[in-house]
Write a new protein. Structure first.
Length: 183
């Protein structure tokens, strides 16, 4: 299945979810994330500030903020800058996503764990993003562990990876944790 077909299918499935199903899935996914050794051992974590159609990260960030150091991306041209999370300093930026304000840009090398949003993943860690390549450019410059999170239906049989696509190391859905084996 082509990436555009996957995007259409996942979008249609998301549209059918009730608020209760969205909340339940987010609670399950982030509960499993909390139990991974990667999360337990990491202090500096790059999260994403969720869009309405994504698993909500808001409660998870609120729960752990203060015990973990969270960072959020901010669109800067064709790239993402990394800034510390501060709830009082969020502003709507590119694509109507809340992003951190300020000039305290951090180096991606300081991040130990990246929680990656995507439209879909496969069991090899390949991902379908929204099509602009922001995360591929960012993930290509870090050795941090990469964890993709999504609904069960976002885990698909096969994603056709292109040379510039950066896979994740772990995929977590509400019913399973997939540890990706690398060759």
């Amino acid at each position: 299945m082509k990436k555009e077909d996957i995007r259409s299918r996942v979008k249609a499935h998301k549209a059918l979810l009730s608020d209760a199903e969205r909340r339940s899935a987010a609670e399950a996914v982030f509960s499993m994330l909390e139990q991974t050794a990667a999360f337990m051992m990491s202090d500096r974590i790059l999260m994403y500030h969720s869009l309405p159609d994504e698993l909500s990260t808001l409660e998870f960030i609120d729960k752990w903020h203060g015990r973990k150091h969270f960072f959020l991306p901010r669109v800067n041209g064709v790239n993402l800058d990394i800034l510390p999370y501060d709830k009082s300093r969020l502003k709507y930026g590119a694509f109507h996503i809340e992003e951190p304000a300020g000039d305290d840009v951090r180096d991606i090398a300081d991040i130990e764990l990246v929680v990656v949003p995507a439209v879909a993943y496969d069991r090899k860690g390949n991902r379908v993003g929204r099509g602009r390549g922001y995360y591929d450019r960012l993930l290509g410059s870090t050795k941090a562990l990469k964890i993709g999170v999504g609904y069960d239906f976002q885990l698909v049989d096969f994603v056709e990876a292109e040379p510039h696509d950066i896979p994740v190391d772990i995929v977590i859905t509400q019913s399973e944790v997939v540890y990706v084996k690398r060759r």
